[in-house]
Design a protein around this ligand. Sequence first.
Ligand SMILES: Cc1cc2nc3c(=O)[nH]c(=O)nc-3n(C[C@H](O)[C@H](O)[C@H](O)COP(=O)(O)O)c2cc1C
Length: 192
Amino acid sequence: MQEDGETKIKVLVLLGSPRKNGNSTILAQKIAKGAESAGATVETLYINSMNIKPCQGCWTCQKKESKGCAIDDDMQTIYPKLIGADAWVIASPVHWFNMSTQTKLWLDRCFALEKYGKNPFQKRIGIAMSFGDTDPFTSGCVNAIRSFQDCFKYVGAEISGTVYGSALNAGDISRNTELLKAAEALGKKLAT
Ligand SMILES: Cc1cc2nc3c(=O)[nH]c(=O)nc-3n(C[C@H](O)[C@H](O)[C@H](O)COP(=O)(O)O)c2cc1C
């Protein structure tokens, strides 16, 4: 627990599943619980309900004098939250052998993040994923994790930890107690 007067670690949780009480969300909630138990403050965004348009590839955000992304949608409120957080938790189901479309929409739009604050990718990053297949490789989960690894390596960010497991129906992941423990431990790691 943090001592009084100390600035608390801020964790921003991005829920990338359309299912509100789905498996990746349950993992994210456990990560959040672990982070809070270690003294962090947690804010959670349910991306599916937000207005996030696909990147238009206009490159406006990459121009020297640019103030950021040219698209006026909910990402404009998410950018400062991403900058202000010390840690990000990205939770996604595997959809068609990769991260969900909702998660990818958000990720593409992070191209503009450097215009909203300094060192935008110097974060602790936790990833939580669930998939219906029994095997992380054939499910596409490993493929999704590889995508995250490539993206975050490109921007110089380090992934602090990844939790993932097999679960088809919403809530099934709750039976995997070892995985839930690992998720909580990841939350603590992100907060300390
Ligand atoms: C559109 C769609 C595509 C899916 N594609 C895959 C897949 O490629 N591989 C897999 O193992 N499971 C796949 N699944 C199953 C989900 O990954 C699984 O149910 C997961 O636990 C859902 O997580 P959630 O409850 O957080 O949404 C798919 C499910 C949907 C709805």
